[in-house]
Write a protein that binds this ligand. Sequence first.
Ligand code: PLP
Length: 382
Amino acid sequence: MIKIPLNKPTLLGREFQLIRDAIRRGQLSGDGYYSNRCADFLQKYLKGLHVLMTSSCTHALELAYLAAGLEPGDEVILPSFTFPSTANAFVLRGGVPRFVDIRRDTLNMDETLLSGARTRRTRAISPVHYAGVPCEMGAILAFAKSHRLCVVEDAAQALGASYRGQPAGSFGDFSAFSFHETKSCICGEGGCLAVRDPQSLERAEIIRQKGTNRQKFFRGEVDKYSWVDVGSSYLMSDLQAAYLYVQLQGLAGILRRRRQLYKRYAEAFRSDEDQGRLQLPVIPPHVEPGYHLFFIILPSEKERERIQEGLRRRGILSVIHYFPLHLSRMGRRFGYRPGDFPVTEELAPRLLRLPLYNAMTGPVQRRVITALKVLLSASARS
Ligand SMILES: *Cc1c(COP(=O)(O)O)cnc(C)c1O
């Protein structure tokens, strides 16, 4: 029986009021009053990049590859250590994943491996800011620029994070964020796409609106709208945007709370790290994370299983994260094999993600810390 979950959606309070207001305003579909407020907020946050609200981060990533005109056989470089959506977004378009291994410290894409992964079919790079810790964007952007590659940031976990003072998600040609209920700022299912250049933006607006120039019609730039390109429906409902707007307004407080919980975990387990019982996450000095999640790395897969089971017996949920994509059924279909990415394969089975959510109270976190410490010292005795 699980008493402490990994995550819990947290209500800030005004969500009901703003959803009621959205209903009163009478436009429940996409690009209504609250969608525009959210987009404006995010646009300011991302230093002026244009932002389109979407139904999910997965859809934002799909939209990015559609707008970029990715063609069958085009290759995209990405880490194997990520969520399937990072890959599906272009595999759906006939794109081919070129996985790379991760860095031991941040578990982010190892930027020194980019040049070995590039072929003449490479079109894009998709850095994933794991746990809200930004990738080495300086090196990644320089590489992309010198080979004219499109950069699609998977910033699903990186709201609030920055790299050398610039927000994660403000570096790529496209950047996708998630507001899924498991993320820091939420609205159930939701996301957004930030777009750099005006032509891609125009195309993305059309694709997101079922392949029509309805957006131009709404702005009064054309007198009727029609089918002008391929497209789908990737809009966020204004009811969800109303919920999200409350959360975005509370972003600073949400980040403060998550940072506090994160630091408390890190401090509590520092002595266990010194004794070699686990490894704590590494935050490079030039980045500020979004504190999306907290994980520990145990000395072996067996030890991780023992700790996870011990926590489960005490009613605490912890999970492993991620099953490497190159070892999955889909990954193998693309010709990948065990042994291809040693760091990913070594670390993924040893990683355990601990409960962390905005409404987690001090006493609840202390229960997790105490339970884990008892389990860790049991291993030291055996
Ligand atoms: C959560 C997540 C996604 C998917 O986000 P949705 O909004 O649920 O589609 C994609 N990539 C990463 C790295 C994620 O953490």
